[in-house]
Design a protein around this ligand. Structure first.
Ligand SMILES: [Zn+2]
Length: 212
């Protein structure tokens, strides 16, 4: 195990495990922090609670989306809105990595999206990408085992088997570039949907990021 026992060694040593350089403000009502942060998959596991296939799908899908939207490699977490499905796993990764939040209307839930699939908008430029998993990486064996568990007709070892299959899938996704596991398209004139949460107010802590 590596990274304070969060990240399994086989994943830590995978050749294409993404990480993320992100920019935020330095303070509430602060300007942009000149120093980006690094967000790792271990950080995402800490937040989400476990390593799983859905987490890694979102990791590689958003890596591909950010590569398209932020060519300089620094992801501006004050400048993103996202649409994801309501997966406990992928939805957590979408919120953490983009800075978008359902309670501020910047993280929208669309139940028709599949695992890893998301629509990401860089608000200041309007550039919008649709990213989804490449059909070649579809984890048939994981889905079959998931359906078995959901059916209620399973043996105790099936729980362990599902975990093993998910981790094997996560390892496959980290063994090739994100671009090989995903497909991405820029959306022109995409009509951004209405927020899925009640209007509870908007996020204000980034309002002074460009102050003199
Ligand atoms: Zn999960």
């Amino acid at each position: 195990m590596a990274d304070n026992n969060i990240l399994p060694a086989w994943l830590a040593s995978a050749p294409y495990l993404p990480q993320f350089q992100v920019r935020d403000t330095r303070h509430k009502y602060g300007r942009y922090d000149p120093d980006p942060k690094i967000v790792t998959v271990a950080d995402l596991i800490r937040f989400h609670g476990h390593l799983c296939g859905g987490l890694m799908e979102a990791v590689v899908a958003l890596r591909a989306a950010f590569d398209a939207l932020f060519p300089d490699g620094v992801i501006d977490r004050t400048d993103l809105a996202v649409i994801s499905n309501n997966s406990a796993c992928g939805g957590d990764v979408a919120a953490y990595l983009t800075g978008a939040r359902a309670r501020f209307g910047s993280h929208i839930i669309n139940l028709s999206l599949t695992g890893g699939e998301s629509i990401v908008r860089r608000i200041s430029t309007g550039e919008t990408v649709h990213v989804f998993m490449h059909p070649d990486v579809y984890p048939h064996e994981v889905k079959a085992q998931m359906r078995k568990l959901q059916s209620g007709e399973f043996e105790p070892e099936d729980i362990d088997r599902f975990g093993e299959l998910q981790w094997a899938y996560a390892g496959r996704l980290a063994s090739q570039p994100a671009s090989a596991s995903t497909r991405i398209e820029f959306l022109e004139n995409y009509a951004w949907p209405e927020p899925t949460c009640d209007d509870l107010g908007r996020r204000t802590d980034n309002d002074f990021r460009n102050a003199a």
